[in-house]
Write a protein that binds this ligand. Sequence first.
Ligand code: ZN
Length: 208
Amino acid sequence: MINVETITVGIFATNCYLVSCPLTQEALIIDPGAGGKNIVALIVQKQLKIKYVVNTHGHIDHIGANGRLKEEFQVPILLSEKDLTLYNNPGFGLSLVLKKQPAPERFIKEGDIIEFGEQTLKVIDTPGHTEGGITLVGNDLVFCGDTLFAGSVGRTDLAGGSHPTLMKSIKDKLMLLPWESLVYSGHGPATTIGAEARTNPFISGLYQ
Ligand SMILES: [Zn+2]
């Protein structure tokens, strides 16, 4: 069993997840988009030992507190190399002046295993929302960033986005996972693979 704490942060209401091993309290911070102070407070309260910061993709609303958390916990930042350009140029290609985050220490890609305590999550590549979007897969749960949402799918009109690529990632990767898997998305409520296969208007036509 993996423990999951959800903390919704920033003006884009991004879900930041604290994912931990109940035996050792070793933990990952997934997508700290903003609200570093609140995230730190929850980590201290839950007595978690942070091992990595993991970004599902390079958008500012998923990486914005990386620097604050790295400073606090001195842990490596993990990201797909394919999103490095986005990561280094935050602001969605708009002329927003945003603070650059510290460089990732490790690039992650399909097949990589991220260990924390007795637990592991596997990396799969799920491009489409961005070129370097990844999903973290556990036994009965997934963290899919902005690839799939309850009742919707990720937008593809930003730099590096492609709707056909996104739908291929969903159909050929996410929908092949056990349908009872809990889906923790980058925004909005949690869902399951099966619920989206049956009812998500972008997907359900494929399975009827
Ligand atoms: Zn995004």
